[in-house]
Write a protein that binds this ligand. Structure first.
Ligand code: C2E
Ligand code: MG
Ligand code: MG
Ligand code: MG
Length: 280
């Protein structure tokens, strides 16, 4: 009997694994054609100053709509794009599109202090990254200080010395760097102080339960105080309630991003949002 249920469990597990592998293969094949078929779109989520409630920036978030697969979440296709190397070409499309959009808004007198673009660890290890970033900025005519690149802690763990050199190169080109999902990875504090990081983005897993979890409140206020002591800005991710907003503001967090302010919006909807919130 034990044997049988063991076999059933194994059989179930295998079928599940096969289904997941088939889906990953399907995604990988479809992803190969996605760029040329114009299936990608960027959505933008406002980043709001907690002191003034002004929109100060926006994070570009990649969306993929496939005719049969439907909307595929970046959480599902970004890992496939990374393991297949396609993330380099996709990432260049993202950067190009985001800096052109930011330049258009600047020219329309709808200035964002900066547009933020996510960089995967694979892109971050690519030796041509600084040249690619500069080329995109020059083609769009966007000043480098208007671009922020979001790295995750994973980008720096394998080879901290190489990460340090890459951050220095990007920083020297005038681009701002932020550490995304801060607190969920393996970054060592001894490296953090040496990295050219402008901003820490407090991961939404610490923000979600702020209203009723004293441990999360302790962690978040410690991150904010550490960032202040190191001369870094802070942005809280996943802000959904007034209670979270009040706590974050009282602790001196600089900016918030989350459904309380707005969901990520398609470019034209985001432009309308900017007109409404920047005024004039
Ligand atoms: P992330 O960079 O940490 O982006 C924040 C995620 O939180 C986004 O999910 C956003 O839609 C979601 N979010 C924002 N506000 C709230 C909120 O109030 N509540 C909740 N529950 N969620 C909120 P999304 O767009 O599905 O992206 C997931 C991840 O995919 C991103 O996490 C990022 O790691 C990756 N990603 C997205 N676009 C790109 C891209 O262009 N390049 C790369 N390399 N990664 C990307
Ligand atoms: Mg991000
Ligand atoms: Mg994040
Ligand atoms: Mg995340």
């Amino acid at each position: 009997r034990a044997k049988q249920s063991g076999r059933n469990r194994f059989g179930f597990f295998t079928a599940d694994l096969e289904a997941r592998t088939a889906r990953a293969l399907q995604i990988e094949n479809a992803l190969r054609r996605a760029l040329e078929r114009n299936q990608f779109e960027l959505h933008y989520q406002p980043q709001v100053s907690l002191a003034t409630r002004q929109v100060v920036g926006a994070e570009a978030l990649l969306r993929w709509k496939h005719p049969e697969l439907g909307m595929v979440s970046p959480a599902e296709f970004i890992p496939v794009a990374e393991s297949s190397g396609m993330i380099v070409a996709i990432g260049e499309w993202v950067l190009n599109t985001a800096v052109h959009d930011a330049k258009r808004w600047l020219d329309l007198q709808l200035p964002l202090r900066a547009v933020s673009v996510n960089l995967s660890a694979v892109q971050f290890r690519h030796p041509q990254l600084p040249e690619m970033v500069t080329r995109c900025l020059q083609q769009a005519g966007l000043p480098a200080r208007r671009l922020e690149l979001e790295l995750t802690e994973g980008a720096a763990v394998d080879d901290p010395a190489a990460a340090l050199a890459m951050m220095d190169q990007l920083h020297d080109r005038g681009v701002r760097l932020s550490m995304d999902d801060f607190g969920t990875g393996y970054s060592s504090l001894s490296y953090l102080k040496r990295f050219q990081i402008y901003k820490l983005k407090i991961d939404q897993s610490f923000v979600r339960d702020l209203d009723d979890d004293a441990n999360d409140r302790a962690i978040v206020s410690a991150i904010i105080r550490m960032a202040q002591a190191l001369g870094m800005q802070t942005t809280a991710e996943g802000v959904e309630t007034d209670g979270q907003l009040e706590f974050l503001r009282a602790q001196g967090c600089d900016e918030g991003q989350g459904y309380l302010f707005s969901r990520p919006l398609a470019a034209d909807a985001f432009e309308a949002y900017l007109r409404e919130h920047l005024g004039r």
